[in-house]
Design a protein around this ligand. Structure first.
Ligand SMILES: C[S@@+](CC[C@H](N)C(=O)[O-])C[C@H]1O[C@@H](n2cnc3c(N)ncnc32)[C@H](O)[C@@H]1O
Length: 465
């Protein structure tokens, strides 16, 4: 064995076991292993340690290697993976490039990133949902480093959360805290984002719920008589805000939003949410009138039509873990299994039909009472409580010591970072100055030299531990 730290990361190994169990409990009950298709980052940090995820997760479950696509953006690692010829398909590509172009579908999409959530990682999720790359009942696994995002990314995180409050009427409490964070960000103050970061799974789930509409417009919403009027009004508001600018939280969200890949009408653009809810309300009004039914029932029909049109995916099972890797990086892993809209609405799918020409809803055999009972069941199937994150432990060993320490603290009250950890952060775009402010262990000159070597000049970094 090479003695490198990657293989000896026992807590990372624990996380792979959690992932394996999750797949076993949530997917293998639904599908034969030989039919399961996977895309993942197998990893190949050093010789002899290629594709540990494949060996520890998919091999042990009996998923055939030829069903696995391994993405690797680092060309040297990709070559290493190819050289060992494991029988998986290796794509030397960034995930975002792959997800933007592929026409393949997967039962498992496993995104075991090295860095934190940034714009490209959000965009990758939009491509997955928008292009419907995850099978309706599939599993999405994400793993991000959970600390010390760049300042720009911190702004995006706060904007995302503000945006979720503005657009999700079911979320209550905590708006003031987020607004305060936005203000602190504008003032250049230091932010404590631990709780907010932990909640970002809500955004991931929201993107999966958007389905196709994470990238494309929702056709059904243009089938009511008020559509043109709403369109004109939205354009007027858009023009006006461009001239006058926005105030307060809206301005903050606009300035700090991430680009989803949908351009100016992207879902992270708050106008697209207003646009959607205005059109949903108008469609509900139209259906209510055309069928002479209650507002509740017409709302239910609109959600049915929109969820089906978007091909929304709803979480059916979620597990969340965190751990401190042997590079002293805190990682947050989310395991999510989904149910497609077509399954959630299966009781009424072949029962309820909408005629866009006149707004009429035709219910075949189901009587009113039964329909309302089904509506309650459907509502329950769309919502789930997100469980707390479970800490799996730490495998960080302080350099020069053989004793394991959790979140080592030094004289400046800062955690010690390893060289591996520092290089990872530099490669993810974090500046040496920011690393200095948050961690101890290296001088600014050392960090600047690492940045010059491993980022600017692109020299391959090999762990020297
Ligand atoms: C954390 S490692 C994977 C470890 C592996 N899953 C395991 O269990 O041992 C992440 C790997 O994916 C590559 N990678 C990171 N971000 C990527 C991206 N956006 N697209 C493609 N490859 C990426 C990194 O170079 C690295 O080799």
């Amino acid at each position: 064995m090479s003695g490198s730290k990657t293989y000896e990361d026992e807590v990372k190994q624990k996380s792979r076991e959690k992932q394996r169990e999750f797949i076993k409990n949530n997917l293998l009950i639904k599908k034969r292993t030989k039919d399961i298709r996977v895309v993942c980052f197998p990893g190949a940090e050093v010789d002899g340690e290629e594709a540990i995820e494949v060996k520890e997760v998919y091999d042990k479950l009996g998923i055939p290697r030829e069903n696995i696509i391994g993405l690797e953006a680092n060309l040297e690692r990709a070559e290493r993976l190819q050289r060992v010829d494991l029988g998986i398909v290796v794509k030397p590509q960034m995930d975002l490039d792959f997800f933007s172009k592929t026409d393949k579908k997967f039962d498992i999409i496993s995104l075991d990133y090295t860095g934190y959530r940034d714009e490209a990682k959000w965009q990758a999720l939009h491509q997955i949902a928008g292009n419907q790359l995850l099978d309706g009942h599939g599993i999405l696994a994400t793993n991000y480093s959970a600390k010390r995002e760049s300042r720009k990314n911190q702004g995006q995180m706060v904007a995302l959360q503000l945006d979720s409050f503005v657009n999700n009427k079911n979320m209550d409490g905590g708006e003031d805290i987020i607004s305060e964070l936005a203000e602190a960000y504008e003032n250049g103050d230091k932010l404590d984002l631990s709780e907010l970061r932990d909640n970002l799974i809500e955004r991931t789930l929201m993107i999966m719920r958007m389905g196709k509409s994470a990238l494309f417009p929702i056709d059904i919403l243009s089938t009511h008589p008020f559509h043109e009027g709403i369109q004109k009004e939205m354009e007027r508001i858009e023009r006006e805000t461009r001239e006058k600018g926005l105030d307060g939280d809206s301005n903050f969200m606009f300035k700090n939003r991430y680009e989803s890949g949908m351009g100016n009408k992207g879902v992270s653009h708050f106008h697209s949410f207003s646009n959607r809810s205005a059109n949903m309300e108008a469609l509900a009004y139209h259906i209510g009138k055309a069928n002479n039914i209650s507002a509740n029932l017409s709302n239910f029909f609109v959600h049915y039509l929109v969820d089906m049109d978007m091909r929304a995916q709803f979480p059916r099972s979620v597990e969340r873990y965190s751990y401190t890797s042997n590079k002293n990086t805190n990682m947050e892993m989310d395991l999510m299994a989904f149910t497609p809209a077509s399954f959630i609405y299966r009781a009424i799918n072949n029962e309820v039909f909408y005629d866009p020409k006149n707004g009429k809803i035709r219910v075949l055999r189901m009587k009113g009472g039964k329909l309302l009972r089904e509506a309650d069941k459907i509502y329950a199937g769309k919502h789930m409580e997100i469980p707390e994150r479970i800490y799996l432990g730490s495998s960080f060993v302080h350099p020069g010591k053989n004793k394991k320490k959790k979140n080592e603290i030094n004289g400046r009250g800062l955690e010690v970072i390893s060289k591996d950890g520092a290089v990872d952060l530099l490669k993810s775009g974090v500046e040496p100055k920011e690393i200095m402010e948050c961690y101890s262990g290296f001088s600014i000159n050392q960090l600047a030299a690492y940045k010059a070597h491993y980022v600017t000049m692109g020299k391959e970094y090999t762990s020297d531990k």
